[in-house]
Design a protein around this ligand. Structure first.
Ligand code: AMP
Length: 114
């Protein structure tokens, strides 16, 4: 989508600290990290929100999780623990309408989240 921030990152029109890329998925460091390790894993195909995703997105959504876990593992953070979060909708704090999985690690993460 032409006016989508994360589509522009996928297209290289906006710079990002990219950590992983394949044909379906892109990962990059969050510009405003909430933990020592905070990366976003997104589908290259525009999917607006988990709230409106459907069956055709199932494999892609699952892949975001597996890539996120791999990034944590490869950074040596999987043993200590990491958290994946996908905000969906305004009340959950979704500010970018392109599905993104937050991967957070590197400090104790409180539960429940705010
Ligand atoms: P959410 O609030 O769940 O929609 O998360 C959006 C995330 O995108 C926030 O954590 C932002 O810090 C992050 N973000 C926004 N713009 C950029 C950018 N240009 N590069 C990297 N991360 C970004």
């Amino acid at each position: 989508m032409s006016d989508c921030l994360f589509c522009k990152i996928c297209e290289g029109k906006i710079p990002a600290a990219i950590t992983y890329r394949d044909d379906e998925v892109l990962a990059f460091k969050d510009v405003n990290p909430k933990a020592p390790f905070h990366q976003l894993v997104i589908p290259i195909r525009h999917v607006a929100s988990l709230a409106t995703a459907d069956e055709k997105d199932a494999a892609l959504l699952g892949k975001l999780m597996l890539v996120g876990a791999r990034l944590a593992r490869e950074s040596g953070l999987a043993d200590g623990g990491f958290r994946v979060v996908m905000n969906a909708g305004a009340d959950a704090g979704q500010s970018v309408l392109h599905v993104h999985l937050h991967v957070l690690a590197g400090r104790p993460l409180a539960w429940p989240p705010g």
